[in-house]
Design a protein around this ligand. Sequence first.
Ligand code: FE2
Length: 368
Amino acid sequence: MTEELDHETVAHGMAPEDSPELRALYRGFEENHLNPLWTQTGDLMPMHPRPQAVPHVWKWSVLLPLAEAAGALVPVGRGGERRAIGLANPGLGGRAYVSPTLWAAIQYLGPREMAPEHRHAQNAFRFVVEGEGVWTVVNGDPVRMSRGDLLLTPGWCFHGHHNDRDAPMAWIDGLDIPFSQQNDVGFFEFGADRVTDEATPNFSRGERLWAHPGLRPLSQLQQTVSSPLCAFRWEHTDAALSEQLLLEDEGHPATWGQGHAGIRYVNPTTGGDVLPTIRCEFHRLRPAAQSAERREVGSSVFQVFDGRGYVVLDGTTHALEKGDMFVVPSWIPYMLQAETGFDLFRFSDAPIIERLGFMRQMVDGDLR
Ligand SMILES: [Fe+2]
């Protein structure tokens, strides 16, 4: 007997053998906008998460040409605001939701183009898989965007982007738009038509203040819900991952699993996640290494940053290369397998799930 049958949903009672009283009862429910629990327990309280979102892979070799075509045909500016193309999970009815909580998009800015300033309650980040030349201006602070960098735009910070070069640039955006929309927490405000500071410094003011390992400015001792450091540079991520693998070579505990290095980006005021709704991580597998098989409550999106490998998603193996993205819906098992050295960026809704006490994980079959 399956779990579903253990916890069966009782069919609605409008059958020919129903008594007139029972039929009248169900009609009464319907006319008064009521819906009895006993007809739908299996949907409302499944034995384990049964996501409508499905596992899916988007190939960079498909995403990038479509973003380039949009660059040629669709202007960027006030109103549309951004040339961002959302990944629509095939299980979620065509909405640009990659999962019930997360939005993921490829954004494209042509040579010398500018995306106007605005702000919204939704939290956002950018991750750069290739290219350079765009600065995102966050609350007036110009932040360089380069390959391998994670750039934050916490909720309600004004932000716009400008391309200082003669070449286009594409990157990915991650936001909590579906969570925000389903819970009606969104606010939005237009800002300046041009970014408020068109300077192109190598390092933002936020980095000059905060990006010194283990050192906190005495002028900034309050905890903030989002990281005040809005740029996490590839140079540091790469070094942290390389050192974990070197320490493993030297026989010291350092990696997350054998041949599997990993880091979490953190808010330096709390040591917690960089955004209140989104967790960001980076994973590096040695050539031929394999991760544990995991299931987690909540959803994640991965993007391959470098190398080649595979993800086994709910029993199906998908080959992956640079730029490819995939979504892991709640409680869907996944495992990474490296062919070459394999670098992946990951973001998830884990801060929401953990804070509300819903997190469960299964690692290689063990519930944790
Ligand atoms: Fe925005």
